[in-house]
Ligand binder design. Structure first.
Ligand code: C5P
Length: 222
């Protein structure tokens, strides 16, 4: 039988990373953080001096991306050419590199096989922008997780403050609006809910409530 796949897509700071990790833990399934793949590619390209608009060169780099994924205390970690770049990869600057290489069709195609390879028994939770619409179009359960831009900015603000960084709420709201626009307007694999996705607006929900809601949907399906 096919390996069950649960997809979780959504905009920036919707909480899908946290939710996907918790859902995968509760189900005992594997986790694919597809954004991390784009981040690692952006980082690798920058280090190799490959221009971020050289589609053939980037696709080639994506096909041979020298990356290994690991798990440390339930937190995903990643090795690039053997170096642990887990922290660096989550940096805002690397997110920017990721979103630049992510607009290229050749790059997205080159990363398909690598993403499909994560779907192994007993199951996979796949987190990203196009998991339900492109990469795992056949998945039986698709979630589109969202929240108002103000609420997402507020969560991001709290996260930054907790880490000791300074942050400006109005500027964060603007940033989030701009990134939403770019992800939704791009011609290749734009961010949108799959037709058969369950849309969850988490504006008024806690992380636990979202996780339980998704587990409930998963139980009803099986
Ligand atoms: O989710 P995360 O912030 O790590 O993703 C980084 C960037 O990679 C996103 O801004 C998006 O442009 C791109 N991305 C994508 N498709 C995915 C996951 C991420 O285009 N499935």
């Amino acid at each position: 039988a096919a390996v069950p796949v649960l997809t979780i897509d959504g905009p920036v700071s919707s909480g899908k990373g946290t939710v996907a990790r918790l859902v995968a833990q509760r189900l005992g399934w594997h986790l694919l953080d597809s954004g991390l793949l784009y981040r690692l590619l952006g980082l690798h390209a920058q280090r190799r001096g490959v221009p971020l608009d050289d589609e053939p060169a980037l696709a080639e780099l994506a096909r041979g991306l020298p990356v290994e994924f690991c798990d440390r205390d339930g937190e995903g970690c990643a090795l690039l050419e053997g170096e642990d770049v887990s922290r660096l990869a989550r940096d805002e600057k690397v997110g920017e590199l990721a979103s630049q290489v992510a607009v290229l069709q050749g790059v997205r195609e080159a990363l398909l096989a690598r993403q499909h390879a994560f779907a192994t028994a007993p199951g996979l939770v796949a987190d990203g922008r196009d998991m339900g619409t492109v990469v795992f179009r056949q998945a039986p359960l698709k979630i589109f997780l969202t929240a108002s831009p103000e609420e997402r900015a507020r969560r991001r603000y709290k996260q930054l403050k907790d880490k000791g960084f300074s942050a400006n709420l109005p500027a964060l709201i603007e940033d989030i609006r701009a990134r939403d626009d770019r992800d939704m307007q791009r011609s290749v694999a734009p961010l949108r809910p799959a037709e058969d996705a369950i849309v969850i607006d988490s504006t008024q929900m806690s992380v636990d409530e979202v996780v339980n809601r998704i587990l409930e949907e998963a139980r009803q399906q099986s």
